[in-house]
Design a protein. Structure first.
Length: 395
């Protein structure tokens, strides 16, 4: 399909920044992220390289007012206080224009966040922390390769609050090996007792190149039955709702108004910088992916941008992305936003799948678009698949 689509929406400067710190104390058994065990890694060399990438990026695409920054990994909190201070200072140098209500999030592992490091983070502008807790049963944590225990969780949250960080989130997982519905229920109870603003709760996906994938192929991974997994998801949706949390995205729950602003950038298919080894970015309808390995990444930054690949997103694909990521949000996709980005209407573009999904009761109309129905939430991936390769008209 050849669609001539106005680019006016995409000429504005990105307002969101993702930064990747690829170091971890150890590799979890389910993790396929671009991460490396910290021991003997050239951490400062990496931070210098990241700074070079920031410098070259902002020369090419000057930033607008920055509304969200997200530091992921790996485990960014494996940086020691001095490294952390250096890193945060360079972020502020190259992205100096922060909005008054900036959301600056960092992923953290319980057990890698002492008072001193958290103080440095707070000083450097971090105002939101996302802790990878995963479960509140120590035997499950050991079974997935996590190095923290539940005591570390409470201590880390206490330290965060002591330094004045109270916009906190925790990640939980369900569908873990040997996890029962009762265990998940207990984890949800203990998580809710913390009365945090935000919770992310993901189902385990067995990804290639992980220890779990190897075990799965040998039939040695005792995963819950899919009926139990569905029961787990229904349970956590019910418990969260009863506790006053909005499910604003398939895997995310927040007190009203406290959803992750940074992730909304992805779900609304808006531009963002992606910096660091293996990071993905999306600027001016061009996606890129950076070189993954630490040393190759460091070397590549000496002579320009450390790109593994970059490509312009064809109009049709950009429209499909808009639908697929937008429907993950429980507010759904916006017709007016779609039209502003693409210069044509949602209904004209996706006549067939919209009709089909509405008839099946998997999506429903909203004032300004469409969203997953309650049943649709359970079959999200099937719904998203309907929109791939299904554009009705050329513009």
């Amino acid at each position: 399909m050849t669609a001539s689509i106005p680019k006016h929406e995409h000429s504005s400067a990105p307002q969101a920044v993702y930064l990747h710190i690829p170091f971890c104390t150890n590799k979890c058994f389910y993790c396929d992220f671009n991460s490396y065990v910290l021991k003997d890694q050239p951490v400062m060399e990496y931070l210098y390289a990241l700074e070079r990438e920031m410098e070259n990026t902002v020369k090419l695409h000057p930033p607008g007012e920055i509304k969200t920054i997200f530091v992921g990994g790996g485990t960014p909190t494996t940086l020691n206080p001095k490294e952390m201070e250096y890193f945060l200072k360079s972020v502020r140098t190259y992205f100096p224009n922060w909005s008054e209500d900036i959301e600056f999030s960092m992923e953290a592992n319980p057990g890698t966040t002492d008072y001193e490091k958290l103080s440095v983070m707070k000083e450097g502008g971090v105002n939101r922390l996302s802790f990878g807790v995963q479960a509140f049963q120590n035997e499950l944590l050991t079974g997935i390769g996590r190095i923290h225990n539940t005591d570390d969780v409470y201590r880390s949250l206490e330290n965060a609050r002591k330094v004045g960080l109270d916009n906190l989130s925790i990640d939980l997982m369900f569908g873990l090996p040997n996890q029962t519905v009762d265990m998940l229920n207990e984890s949800v109870s203990r998580a809710l007792e913390l009365e945090l603003p935000h919770y992310s709760i993901y189902s385990l996906k067995v990804e290639e190149n992980t220890l779990f994938h190897t075990l799965y192929q040998k039939n040695q991974l005792p995963l819950p039955h899919e009926d139990d997994e569905l029961e787990m998801y229904l349970l956590l949706m019910r418990r969260m709702k009863e506790a006053g949390y909005e499910q604003y995205e398939i895997s995310n729950f927040a007190k009203p108004g406290l959803g992750s602003k940074h992730n909304m950038t992805y779900w609304r298919n808006e531009d963002y910088y992606g910096l660091g080894a293996g990071a993905h970015g999306y600027v001016g309808r061009e996606r890129h992916m950076n070189i993954k390995g630490i040393t190759p990444y460091v070397e590549a930054t000496r002579s320009g941008l450390p790109r593994l690949d970059s490509f312009e997103v064809p109009a049709a694909e950009a429209m499909e992305d808009f639908l697929m990521v937008g429907l993950r949000m429980l507010e759904g996709v916006s017709k007016s936003r779609f039209e502003a980005q693409f210069g044509q209407t949602l209904e004209d573009t996706f006549t067939v799948p919209l009709g089909k999904m509405l008839n099946a009761g998997l999506i429903e109309a909203t004032q300004d678009g469409y969203r997953l129905s309650e049943r649709g939430i359970l079959f999200g991936n099937d719904v998203f698949a309907e929109f791939i390769g299904s554009i009705t008209v050329n513009s």
